[in-house]
Design a protein around this ligand. Structure first.
Ligand SMILES: [Zn+2]
Length: 66
């Protein structure tokens, strides 16, 4: 069945997920389109567009946590 990939992958613990800070999408770190380090932390992106937007103004997307 084709449905065996997707959410079930996460059950075996080998998939690490991050949230794209720009669009809020969940991104598998191994399959992220882009990765940026900012303030000692890595951020993963669903697309190069989101990565570019983030890099232009990172504080806007992570400034919420103080
Ligand atoms: Zn995105």
């Amino acid at each position: 069945m084709e449905e065996s990939y997707g959410l079930q992958n996460y059950a075996n613990g080998t998939v690490v997920q991050s949230v794209d800070p720009v669009c809020g999408m969940t991104v598998e770190e191994g399959h992220a389109a882009g990765k940026t380090e900012y303030a000692g932390q890595f951020y993963f992106f669903c697309s190069h567009d989101c990565q570019k937007i983030f890099e232009e103004d990172p504080g806007r997307y992570i400034g919420q946590r103080h």
